[in-house]
Design a protein around this ligand. Structure first.
Ligand code: 13P
Ligand code: SF4
Length: 303
């Protein structure tokens, strides 16, 4: 029954005591985004995690994000307030199946979307997020590429660069709920609106969009384009930032099914308890960490 206000005050006090920083993804609950020191997309959050001088990082997101923070900053205490908040897409690839696939593709470079476990990252040449995927693939020149695990982002990048790639058959359960018929109906209801979607959407959906980009990309597009109405094809949490940074514009979620249960599992009570108990803590075994870090570092070095 504690109010958001009381909890936010408790969190601020504990944060000072613990020398902690709170990072939150754009898909988090509005009240969680509001207590964060930094809200961003996956790439911005990994840069923050790598660069912060805080002793404790509270990661309000899903498991792979906190794990990336632990890979990049092993000396910090990285907390995931809801230990069960995983990413179903990340679970669609495991290290053993990837090793098998690599054996059948000798000479291919493996590009791994950060939505993957540390064990999988450790098997890859370089990581990417949705905001730098094309740049990362381009940096590999003419090498053949196996892209894991998101087939939708993989195909989007492949078309953008005109480079065929082997695609792992993974996808995001949340974005997969959005169909082209939702976009067509929304366009009919809001004929002046621009359709902005995340590349994790199905191919039939991103083909219909006016703009495709990472969460930060979608927010930047809404801020800088002259349009005043937008049909939004990504997780509902992004509406909080869209509305607060563009108060005079209108945003319509393309479907009310765009809710990621895992992203919504983090609450203010859990953030407070994590700071209080310094738990649940995310760590990565050193051998895996070093290999996964090499793949993340290669991505971060691309700027
Ligand atoms: P970005 O914030 O990098 O666009 O990632 C989207 C996502 O699905 C994270 O789980
Ligand atoms: Fe994973 Fe999709 Fe949820 Fe992001 S929105 S955490 S990709 S299931």
């Amino acid at each position: 029954n504690e109010t958001f206000e009381t909890l936010a005050r408790e969190i601020a006090d504990l944060k000072r005591e613990r020398k902690a920083v709170i990072l939150a993804h754009y898909y988090q609950r509005p009240e969680v985004q509001d207590v964060a020191d930094f809200v961003g997309d996956s790439l911005q959050l990994s840069r923050q995690a790598a660069g912060t001088d805080a002793e404790v990082v509270v990661f309000c997101g899903v498991h792979f994000m906190a794990e990336s923070a632990a890979i990049l900053s092993p000396e910090k205490t990285v907390l995931l307030p809801e230990a069960e908040a995983g990413c179903p897409m990340a679970e669609m690839v495991d290290a053993e199946s990837l090793r098998l696939r690599k054996r059948s593709l000798p000479g291919s470079k493996v590009v791994c979307y950060v939505n993957s476990s540390a064990d999988v990252k450790a098997e890859c040449d370089v990581c990417c997020t949705s905001s730098n995927a094309a740049k990362v693939v381009e940096s590999l020149g003419t090498s053949p590429v196996l892209f894991v695990p998101d087939k939708n982002l993989g195909l989007y990048v492949s078309e953008k660069l005109g480079k065929p790639m082997d695609l792992w058959p993974g996808f995001c359960l949340t974005h997969d709920r959005l169909a082209s018929s939702d976009i067509t109906e929304a366009r009919r209801a809001h004929p002046r609106a621009k359709v902005i979607v995340h590349p994790e959407c199905r191919e039939e959906v991103w083909r219909l969009a006016d703009y495709v980009g990472s969460t930060a990309g979608l927010i930047r597009y809404a801020q800088t384009t002259e349009a005043e109405e937008f049909i939004v094809g990504t997780e509902s949490g992004i509406l909080h930032q869209l509305q607060s940074t563009c108060p005079d514009k209108k945003f319509y979620l393309a479907s009310d099914k765009l809710v990621c249960r895992n992203m919504k599992a983090t609450t203010l009570v859990k953030v407070r308890d994590a700071l209080r108990n310094l738990s649940p803590r995310i760590t990565v075994a050193e051998e895996t960490r070093l290999k996964a870090k090499a793949a993340l570092d290669r991505m971060l070095e691309l700027g």
